[in-house]
Design a protein around this ligand. Sequence first.
Ligand SMILES: *Cc1c(COP(=O)(O)O)cnc(C)c1O
Length: 362
Amino acid sequence: MKEQDMQITLSTAKKVKPQADQLEFGKQFTDHMFIMDYTQGQGWHDPRIVPYQPLTLEPSAMIFHYGQSVFEGLKAYASPEDEVILFRPEKNFQRLNSSNGRLCIPDVDVDFALKALKTLISVDKEWIPQEEGTSLYIRPFIIATEPYLGVSSSHNYQFIIIMSPVGSYYKEGIHPVKIAVESAFTRAVNGGTGEAKTGGNYASSLKAQEVSEKMGYAQVLWLDGVEKKYIEEVGSMNVFFKINGEIITPALNGSILPGITRDSIIELLKHWNLPVTERRISMEEVYEAYKSGLLEEAFGTGTAAVISPIGEFLWNGEEMIVQNGETGELSKKLYDTLTDIQRGKIEDELNWTMKVEEKVTQ
Ligand SMILES: *Cc1c(COP(=O)(O)O)cnc(C)c1O
């Protein structure tokens, strides 16, 4: 598929853009969206940019019944020079294809998907908020559209990209959250779909989230589904601990989602010559470190919050307070560095950012 095959239909009525202080995560959408169809035998076809609008699907479309879908999440930022910057976007489309593989969905061409995204961003460039901490959240996703109730993989799909201007995750500055260690529910197990970014993982995690929120906790810490001993993730983020100077994150094991923020933090720590280890880590080990005063910091990582410091863990009825419930030095430094790279404010030494050229093909 070639870029020149892309049809662009511009919307005639432009929506009113929200004020920067009224931005809410994922509630308002830009004027346009990208869409492309897949038909078995024909492959991906008819890539197009059209006004943001409802989809028309048959009630029997397979997405509604067996949940065959994948998604991604990334952001575009406005730099001080008014350039548009993407952060490692090729990683998102590569990961989309890994998720596709697990869900029996056909791959998309990474280069083409990137070109499509850049064209969509150029068309809706005015929607990128400029204020500190704001960005344009991008949601690519694929759904099974074949009208069929048999249990099998669909013959038809749609690949769609929608975009939403978002405000700063931390309205009053970066601050730690309280986390309940989850001992009843399981997010994912080895051999399951934990490694894939697919809606079903989220649907099955809602109950634990609901219970922990009622107890006054922001998120749950997921343990392995077999022994309920080893730490996997926090909410829908990857997790890091700083224990006695060593920075530890659970090694990818088949049930942990390979976060791009996680990977970037590991690279950054290595770049700074700080000791970072990917290995199995148990809740018992974290507790022992806490008891002996060696648990220095804990934080979650993901595109939405970038770094989310953890101020407390509730485990077996015991409240473990980390860093006096305040943001640790390393968490803050990682947050500042990553967000400054993403916004083009400091030199991108690790070559992570990609500029969206000014090119509105109409
Ligand atoms: C998306 C996601 C993450 C974070 O990935 P990033 O690429 O860093 O945004 C972590 N855990 C889960 C379960 C996720 O879905």
